[in-house]
Design a protein around this ligand. Sequence first.
Ligand code: PMV
Length: 303
Amino acid sequence: MNKVSAPGKIILSGEHAVVYGYPGLYASASLRMNVELTKNGNRLSSSYANYAFKKALKMHKVKAKPDYSFQIKSKIPIGSGMGSSASLAVCMSTLAQRIAKKKFDLEEINRVAYEIEKKQHGKPSGGDNTIVTFGGYLWYRKESEKLKVFSKITPVKALPKLFIINSGTPSESTGEMVSLVRDKYNKNLDEVVDIFNQIEICSKSLLKNILGEEKNDLGEIITFNQRLLEQLGVVSLQTKNLISLLEKNGASVKISGAGGKTQGSGILLVYHKDPKSLKNFVKSKKLDMISVSLGKKGVKIEK
Ligand code: PMV
């Protein structure tokens, strides 16, 4: 009854631009987080989880603070662009909604999770918590603080196999990467707006590909998107070198999420026309790669 789970996510296209009102294309991932409330469990160690739960209780108007502990089990890598913080916020929001004895309401879960995410990210677009709440594939756009629109997408056919390689946990937080882009935006407005416009073209091409409206090359879109993110300054040299190695082997690769500038840049989304050759290459280079299935269910109550 007091156990919920929420998926991780990947951003297929549109990270950073989405903060400025451009569209983002999101998919939920098969790796999930489970949070269980127990009356006498171990005390919680993460201060963010504590904060998230307290904020969720307050926003769901639970008056008396219940004496609960949590058990968090997660397969989502932390701080790497796969939505672990959004997943936690959504799980906490859902649990608080249950404690408040309200009906299961995804809109409300998402609204509260967005407020929790502000602590972690400062000014988030809201895309991460929305995909984690609703699951599947989403086209998302933040028009203003109070108007965030999104549409569920049903792919006409299964997407080709996509893989995840972790380029290393970034030393910068998402908030820091968002600020870094903000500085660049303030200093070089025309250049950054041009990059965002081109990112929007990538997002739309990918959308049309998924909807079966255009037969464009998925690999080309991913690579172009990656070049734009590099121009934005959110990819470290270490990660660029790793991507260049994978590209030489025929892969198309982009970061997914906020990225990282000095060390790792979080997870990489990898596509290859010949997954077998990719797997052999990755093995020979001793890289860690996982296959990820997309479009999974959003937050749910577990038995
Ligand atoms: O927290 P991450 O790494 O999943 O990235 C969030 C995506 C950004 O566009 C960089 C920020 C946002 O709020 O949308």
